[in-house]
Ligand binder design. Structure first.
Ligand code: M6R
Length: 368
Protein backbone atom coordinates (compact mmCIF):
# COMPACT_ATOMS: atom_id res chain seq x y z
CA UNK A 1 0.00 0.00 0.00
CA UNK A 2 3.00 2.29 0.39
CA UNK A 3 4.21 1.31 -3.09
CA UNK A 4 7.55 0.13 -1.73
CA UNK A 5 8.18 3.32 0.26
CA UNK A 6 8.91 3.30 4.00
CA UNK A 7 6.31 5.97 4.78
CA UNK A 8 3.03 7.16 3.36
CA UNK A 9 4.54 10.62 3.41
CA UNK A 10 7.38 9.61 1.10
CA UNK A 11 4.94 7.84 -1.20
CA UNK A 12 2.78 10.97 -1.26
CA UNK A 13 5.77 13.21 -2.03
CA UNK A 14 6.56 11.02 -5.03
CA UNK A 15 2.92 11.09 -6.14
CA UNK A 16 3.02 14.84 -6.55
CA UNK A 17 3.65 14.98 -10.32
CA UNK A 18 0.53 12.88 -10.83
CA UNK A 19 -1.51 14.80 -8.24
CA UNK A 20 -0.66 18.11 -9.89
CA UNK A 21 -1.45 16.71 -13.35
CA UNK A 22 -4.81 15.35 -12.10
CA UNK A 23 -5.69 18.71 -10.58
CA UNK A 24 -5.25 20.30 -14.01
CA UNK A 25 -7.33 17.80 -15.99
CA UNK A 26 -10.44 19.17 -17.65
CA UNK A 27 -9.92 22.78 -16.63
CA UNK A 28 -9.86 24.18 -20.17
CA UNK A 29 -12.54 24.05 -22.84
CA UNK A 30 -11.65 23.24 -26.44
CA UNK A 31 -11.74 26.99 -27.07
CA UNK A 32 -9.12 27.56 -24.37
CA UNK A 33 -11.51 29.06 -21.77
CA UNK A 34 -10.92 28.09 -18.16
CA UNK A 35 -13.73 26.17 -16.52
CA UNK A 36 -14.16 25.18 -12.90
CA UNK A 37 -16.80 22.48 -12.53
CA UNK A 38 -18.34 23.27 -9.19
CA UNK A 39 -17.75 27.00 -9.24
CA UNK A 40 -21.50 27.58 -8.79
CA UNK A 41 -20.87 31.31 -8.48
CA UNK A 42 -22.24 33.24 -11.44
CA UNK A 43 -19.86 35.47 -13.39
CA UNK A 44 -21.81 38.55 -12.20
CA UNK A 45 -21.32 37.50 -8.58
CA UNK A 46 -17.60 37.10 -9.13
CA UNK A 47 -17.36 40.42 -10.95
CA UNK A 48 -18.98 42.11 -7.94
CA UNK A 49 -16.35 40.74 -5.55
CA UNK A 50 -14.25 43.64 -4.28
CA UNK A 51 -12.29 41.83 -1.59
CA UNK A 52 -11.13 38.27 -1.03
CA UNK A 53 -10.30 36.84 2.38
CA UNK A 54 -8.53 33.49 2.45
CA UNK A 55 -8.90 31.50 5.66
CA UNK A 56 -7.07 28.31 6.56
CA UNK A 57 -4.78 26.65 9.10
CA UNK A 58 -1.26 25.23 8.96
CA UNK A 59 0.01 24.19 5.56
CA UNK A 60 -3.25 25.25 3.92
CA UNK A 61 -2.66 28.75 5.31
CA UNK A 62 0.71 28.85 3.55
CA UNK A 63 -0.99 27.83 0.30
CA UNK A 64 -3.25 30.82 0.94
CA UNK A 65 -0.25 33.12 1.31
CA UNK A 66 1.01 32.03 -2.11
CA UNK A 67 -2.50 32.53 -3.49
CA UNK A 68 -2.49 36.15 -2.35
CA UNK A 69 0.51 36.92 -4.57
CA UNK A 70 -1.11 35.23 -7.57
CA UNK A 71 -4.65 36.58 -7.13
CA UNK A 72 -3.58 40.16 -6.53
CA UNK A 73 -1.13 40.11 -9.41
CA UNK A 74 -3.44 38.53 -11.96
CA UNK A 75 -6.79 40.00 -10.89
CA UNK A 76 -5.96 43.27 -9.06
CA UNK A 77 -8.48 42.27 -6.37
CA UNK A 78 -7.30 42.90 -2.79
CA UNK A 79 -6.66 39.72 -0.83
CA UNK A 80 -6.24 39.16 2.90
CA UNK A 81 -4.99 35.87 4.29
CA UNK A 82 -6.01 35.01 7.79
CA UNK A 83 -5.56 32.11 10.15
CA UNK A 84 -8.99 30.56 10.65
CA UNK A 85 -8.50 30.52 14.41
CA UNK A 86 -7.99 34.29 14.45
CA UNK A 87 -10.52 35.35 11.85
CA UNK A 88 -13.69 35.09 13.91
CA UNK A 89 -12.32 36.93 16.87
CA UNK A 90 -11.31 40.17 15.21
CA UNK A 91 -14.68 41.41 13.97
CA UNK A 92 -13.66 41.18 10.29
CA UNK A 93 -15.20 43.58 7.77
CA UNK A 94 -17.22 41.40 5.43
CA UNK A 95 -20.38 41.78 3.40
CA UNK A 96 -22.07 40.39 0.30
CA UNK A 97 -19.24 41.58 -1.99
CA UNK A 98 -16.57 39.73 0.01
CA UNK A 99 -15.46 36.35 -1.27
CA UNK A 100 -14.19 34.03 1.43
CA UNK A 101 -11.87 31.29 0.20
CA UNK A 102 -11.55 28.49 2.74
CA UNK A 103 -8.65 26.13 2.06
CA UNK A 104 -8.69 22.74 3.77
CA UNK A 105 -7.30 19.41 2.70
CA UNK A 106 -9.56 17.41 5.04
CA UNK A 107 -12.59 19.67 4.88
CA UNK A 108 -13.14 19.00 8.58
CA UNK A 109 -10.85 21.46 10.36
CA UNK A 110 -12.97 22.94 13.13
CA UNK A 111 -11.49 26.44 13.08
CA UNK A 112 -11.96 26.76 9.33
CA UNK A 113 -15.50 25.42 9.51
CA UNK A 114 -16.47 27.87 12.26
CA UNK A 115 -14.88 30.71 10.32
CA UNK A 116 -16.97 30.06 7.20
CA UNK A 117 -20.13 29.82 9.29
CA UNK A 118 -19.32 33.20 10.74
CA UNK A 119 -18.69 34.67 7.26
CA UNK A 120 -21.88 33.25 5.78
CA UNK A 121 -23.90 34.66 8.61
CA UNK A 122 -22.70 38.03 7.35
CA UNK A 123 -23.77 37.25 3.78
CA UNK A 124 -20.29 36.70 2.36
CA UNK A 125 -19.93 34.14 -0.42
CA UNK A 126 -17.75 31.18 0.51
CA UNK A 127 -15.68 29.11 -1.89
CA UNK A 128 -13.94 26.02 -0.54
CA UNK A 129 -10.71 24.55 -1.88
CA UNK A 130 -10.79 21.02 -0.57
CA UNK A 131 -9.43 17.54 -1.19
CA UNK A 132 -12.21 15.53 0.47
CA UNK A 133 -15.45 15.10 -1.44
CA UNK A 134 -18.56 15.67 0.59
CA UNK A 135 -16.75 16.81 3.75
CA UNK A 136 -18.20 19.51 6.00
CA UNK A 137 -16.43 22.59 4.61
CA UNK A 138 -17.43 22.14 0.95
CA UNK A 139 -20.92 21.10 2.08
CA UNK A 140 -21.35 24.40 3.86
CA UNK A 141 -19.84 26.52 1.09
CA UNK A 142 -21.45 28.23 -1.91
CA UNK A 143 -18.86 26.88 -4.32
CA UNK A 144 -15.98 24.47 -4.33
CA UNK A 145 -12.83 23.66 -6.22
CA UNK A 146 -11.85 20.11 -5.45
CA UNK A 147 -8.18 19.26 -5.52
CA UNK A 148 -7.36 15.87 -6.94
CA UNK A 149 -4.54 14.76 -4.67
CA UNK A 150 -6.20 11.45 -3.75
CA UNK A 151 -6.27 10.38 -0.08
CA UNK A 152 -3.47 11.89 1.98
CA UNK A 153 -2.57 9.54 4.82
CA UNK A 154 0.66 11.02 6.23
CA UNK A 155 -0.09 13.63 8.90
CA UNK A 156 2.26 16.05 7.17
CA UNK A 157 0.56 17.60 4.18
CA UNK A 158 2.51 17.25 0.92
CA UNK A 159 0.53 16.49 -2.21
CA UNK A 160 -2.38 18.21 -0.48
CA UNK A 161 -0.35 21.42 -0.45
CA UNK A 162 0.77 21.22 -4.07
CA UNK A 163 -2.73 20.59 -5.33
CA UNK A 164 -4.06 23.45 -3.19
CA UNK A 165 -1.54 25.70 -4.92
CA UNK A 166 -2.78 24.52 -8.29
CA UNK A 167 -6.39 25.20 -7.28
CA UNK A 168 -5.41 28.69 -6.10
CA UNK A 169 -3.68 29.48 -9.40
CA UNK A 170 -6.72 28.22 -11.29
CA UNK A 171 -9.02 30.36 -9.16
CA UNK A 172 -6.83 33.42 -9.74
CA UNK A 173 -6.81 32.87 -13.50
CA UNK A 174 -10.54 32.20 -13.53
CA UNK A 175 -11.26 35.48 -11.76
CA UNK A 176 -8.91 37.24 -14.20
CA UNK A 177 -10.87 35.70 -17.08
CA UNK A 178 -14.24 36.72 -15.63
CA UNK A 179 -13.14 40.22 -14.70
CA UNK A 180 -11.31 40.67 -17.99
CA UNK A 181 -8.12 42.04 -16.43
CA UNK A 182 -5.13 42.55 -18.66
CA UNK A 183 -3.69 39.25 -17.48
CA UNK A 184 -6.73 37.55 -19.01
CA UNK A 185 -4.74 37.50 -22.25
CA UNK A 186 -1.93 35.60 -20.63
CA UNK A 187 -4.06 32.77 -19.28
CA UNK A 188 -2.97 30.45 -22.06
CA UNK A 189 0.67 31.09 -21.42
CA UNK A 190 0.35 30.63 -17.64
CA UNK A 191 -1.68 27.45 -18.14
CA UNK A 192 1.09 26.09 -20.32
CA UNK A 193 3.58 26.79 -17.56
CA UNK A 194 1.26 25.03 -15.09
CA UNK A 195 0.87 22.05 -17.39
CA UNK A 196 4.66 21.72 -17.52
CA UNK A 197 4.91 21.56 -13.72
CA UNK A 198 4.44 17.78 -13.26
CA UNK A 199 7.56 17.28 -15.41
CA UNK A 200 9.50 19.86 -13.39
CA UNK A 201 8.46 18.27 -10.08
CA UNK A 202 9.61 14.93 -11.49
CA UNK A 203 13.01 16.49 -12.18
CA UNK A 204 13.27 17.66 -8.57
CA UNK A 205 12.35 14.17 -7.34
CA UNK A 206 15.04 12.62 -9.52
CA UNK A 207 17.53 14.62 -7.45
CA UNK A 208 16.18 13.29 -4.11
CA UNK A 209 19.41 11.47 -3.22
CA UNK A 210 21.29 14.78 -2.90
CA UNK A 211 18.69 15.99 -0.41
CA UNK A 212 18.82 12.74 1.54
CA UNK A 213 22.61 13.07 1.86
CA UNK A 214 22.12 16.61 3.11
CA UNK A 215 19.56 15.44 5.69
CA UNK A 216 21.93 12.73 6.94
CA UNK A 217 24.57 15.45 7.42
CA UNK A 218 22.18 17.34 9.69
CA UNK A 219 21.30 14.59 12.14
CA UNK A 220 23.00 16.54 14.95
CA UNK A 221 21.39 19.90 14.16
CA UNK A 222 19.19 21.55 16.78
CA UNK A 223 17.98 24.55 14.83
CA UNK A 224 17.42 25.49 11.19
CA UNK A 225 16.34 28.79 9.67
CA UNK A 226 14.51 29.21 6.37
CA UNK A 227 14.56 32.37 4.28
CA UNK A 228 12.42 33.38 1.34
CA UNK A 229 10.95 36.40 -0.37
CA UNK A 230 7.71 36.97 -2.30
CA UNK A 231 6.17 33.56 -3.16
CA UNK A 232 9.28 31.98 -1.63
CA UNK A 233 8.38 33.37 1.80
CA UNK A 234 5.45 30.99 2.41
CA UNK A 235 7.70 28.20 1.09
CA UNK A 236 10.19 29.06 3.85
CA UNK A 237 7.39 28.95 6.44
CA UNK A 238 6.11 25.64 5.12
CA UNK A 239 9.62 24.15 5.02
CA UNK A 240 10.07 25.12 8.66
CA UNK A 241 6.69 23.67 9.64
CA UNK A 242 7.58 20.35 8.02
CA UNK A 243 10.80 20.19 10.03
CA UNK A 244 9.05 21.06 13.30
CA UNK A 245 6.29 18.55 12.95
CA UNK A 246 8.41 15.65 11.70
CA UNK A 247 11.95 16.11 13.06
CA UNK A 248 10.92 18.01 16.24
CA UNK A 249 13.58 20.62 15.56
CA UNK A 250 13.51 24.30 16.19
CA UNK A 251 12.85 25.64 12.72
CA UNK A 252 11.75 29.11 11.74
CA UNK A 253 10.93 30.72 8.44
CA UNK A 254 11.50 34.41 7.77
CA UNK A 255 10.96 36.88 4.99
CA UNK A 256 14.56 37.58 4.01
CA UNK A 257 14.00 41.33 4.17
CA UNK A 258 13.15 41.02 7.86
CA UNK A 259 16.56 39.62 8.79
CA UNK A 260 18.06 42.89 9.92
CA UNK A 261 14.97 43.68 11.97
CA UNK A 262 15.82 40.97 14.47
CA UNK A 263 16.27 37.39 13.27
CA UNK A 264 19.88 37.89 12.14
CA UNK A 265 20.81 37.95 15.82
CA UNK A 266 20.07 34.21 15.85
CA UNK A 267 22.80 33.48 13.32
CA UNK A 268 25.91 31.84 14.70
CA UNK A 269 28.68 29.64 13.36
CA UNK A 270 27.45 26.68 11.34
CA UNK A 271 23.75 27.44 11.75
CA UNK A 272 22.08 25.89 8.69
CA UNK A 273 20.05 28.48 6.78
CA UNK A 274 17.91 27.19 3.93
CA UNK A 275 17.38 29.90 1.34
CA UNK A 276 14.70 29.84 -1.34
CA UNK A 277 16.26 31.92 -4.10
CA UNK A 278 13.75 33.54 -6.48
CA UNK A 279 14.25 33.07 -10.22
CA UNK A 280 16.54 35.60 -11.88
CA UNK A 281 14.32 38.24 -13.40
CA UNK A 282 13.80 41.86 -14.15
CA UNK A 283 12.60 42.67 -10.63
CA UNK A 284 14.96 43.19 -7.72
CA UNK A 285 13.89 40.10 -5.81
CA UNK A 286 16.81 37.95 -6.80
CA UNK A 287 19.49 40.54 -6.00
CA UNK A 288 17.89 41.39 -2.66
CA UNK A 289 17.79 37.72 -1.74
CA UNK A 290 21.43 37.35 -2.66
CA UNK A 291 22.43 40.15 -0.32
CA UNK A 292 20.42 38.55 2.53
CA UNK A 293 22.30 35.31 1.90
CA UNK A 294 25.63 37.13 1.98
CA UNK A 295 24.70 38.76 5.28
CA UNK A 296 23.93 35.50 7.08
CA UNK A 297 26.96 33.82 5.57
CA UNK A 298 29.25 36.62 6.72
CA UNK A 299 28.03 35.81 10.24
CA UNK A 300 28.97 32.17 10.00
CA UNK A 301 25.76 30.57 8.69
CA UNK A 302 25.99 27.49 6.52
CA UNK A 303 23.90 28.47 3.51
CA UNK A 304 21.87 25.82 1.74
CA UNK A 305 20.44 27.47 -1.34
CA UNK A 306 17.58 26.36 -3.56
CA UNK A 307 18.18 28.14 -6.86
CA UNK A 308 17.10 27.70 -10.44
CA UNK A 309 19.18 25.84 -13.00
CA UNK A 310 21.68 28.13 -14.69
CA UNK A 311 21.79 30.71 -11.87
CA UNK A 312 25.56 30.99 -11.44
CA UNK A 313 25.43 34.23 -9.44
CA UNK A 314 24.48 32.23 -6.35
CA UNK A 315 27.47 29.91 -6.50
CA UNK A 316 29.95 32.00 -4.46
CA UNK A 317 27.47 32.31 -1.56
CA UNK A 318 26.04 28.81 -1.36
CA UNK A 319 27.72 26.24 0.86
CA UNK A 320 25.27 23.74 -0.57
CA UNK A 321 23.34 24.25 -3.78
CA UNK A 322 20.12 22.46 -4.63
CA UNK A 323 18.97 23.09 -8.18
CA UNK A 324 15.39 23.79 -9.19
CA UNK A 325 13.96 23.84 -12.72
CA UNK A 326 13.47 27.27 -14.27
CA UNK A 327 9.85 28.37 -13.74
CA UNK A 328 8.04 31.72 -13.29
CA UNK A 329 8.35 33.23 -9.82
CA UNK A 330 4.67 32.85 -8.91
CA UNK A 331 4.78 29.14 -9.71
CA UNK A 332 8.13 28.47 -8.04
CA UNK A 333 6.56 27.20 -4.77
CA UNK A 334 5.41 24.09 -6.68
CA UNK A 335 9.00 23.01 -7.21
CA UNK A 336 10.77 24.75 -4.31
CA UNK A 337 8.82 23.04 -1.54
CA UNK A 338 9.64 19.54 -2.78
CA UNK A 339 13.28 19.37 -1.57
CA UNK A 340 12.14 20.79 1.78
CA UNK A 341 9.54 18.02 2.13
CA UNK A 342 12.18 15.42 1.26
CA UNK A 343 14.61 17.00 3.72
CA UNK A 344 12.14 16.88 6.63
CA UNK A 345 10.98 13.34 5.79
CA UNK A 346 14.52 12.03 5.56
CA UNK A 347 15.85 13.84 8.61
CA UNK A 348 12.96 12.52 10.72
CA UNK A 349 13.68 9.02 9.39
CA UNK A 350 17.36 9.31 10.27
CA UNK A 351 16.40 10.50 13.76
CA UNK A 352 14.16 7.45 14.17
CA UNK A 353 10.83 9.30 14.38
CA UNK A 354 7.49 8.06 13.15
CA UNK A 355 7.10 10.18 10.04
CA UNK A 356 3.47 9.29 9.33
CA UNK A 357 2.26 9.77 12.91
CA UNK A 358 4.33 12.53 14.52
CA UNK A 359 3.92 12.92 18.26
CA UNK A 360 1.06 15.08 19.53
CA UNK A 361 -0.48 15.60 16.08
CA UNK A 362 -3.65 14.42 14.36
CA UNK A 363 -4.32 14.41 10.62
CA UNK A 364 -7.41 16.48 10.96
CA UNK A 365 -7.98 18.89 13.82
CA UNK A 366 -11.67 18.71 14.59
CA UNK A 367 -11.59 20.66 17.83
CA UNK A 368 -11.08 24.41 18.12
O1 M6R B 1 -7.16 19.66 6.57
P1 M6R B 1 -6.63 21.04 6.64
O2 M6R B 1 -5.97 21.48 5.37
O3 M6R B 1 -7.71 22.04 7.04
O4 M6R B 1 -5.54 21.03 7.76
C1 M6R B 1 -4.87 22.19 8.17
C2 M6R B 1 -3.69 21.87 9.05
O5 M6R B 1 -4.10 21.19 10.20
C3 M6R B 1 -2.65 21.02 8.31
O6 M6R B 1 -2.23 21.61 7.13
C4 M6R B 1 -1.42 20.79 9.21
O7 M6R B 1 -0.75 22.00 9.43
C5 M6R B 1 -0.49 19.74 8.59
N1 M6R B 1 -0.19 18.71 9.56
C6 M6R B 1 0.80 20.30 8.08
O8 M6R B 1 1.62 19.33 7.52
Amino acid sequence: EKDGHDWFMRKEIFEQPRAVADSLIGRRTAAGQLQLDEMRLADEELRDVDKIIIIACGTSFYAGMVAKYAIEHWTRTPVEVELASEFRYRDPIIDATTLIVAISQSGETADTLQAIRHARAQRAKVLAICNTNGSSIPRESDAVIYTHAGPEIGVASTKGFLTQLVACYLLALYIAQVKGTRFGDEIDEIMEHLEAMPGHIETVLERAEEVYALAADHAGTRSVLFLGRHAGYPVALEGALKLKELAYLHAEGFAAGELKHGPIALVEDNLPVLCVVPPQGRDHLHGKMLSGIQEVRARGARTICLAEDGDSSIEPYADVLIRLPKVPVLLQPLVAIVPLQLFACELATVLGHDVDQPRNLAKSVTVE
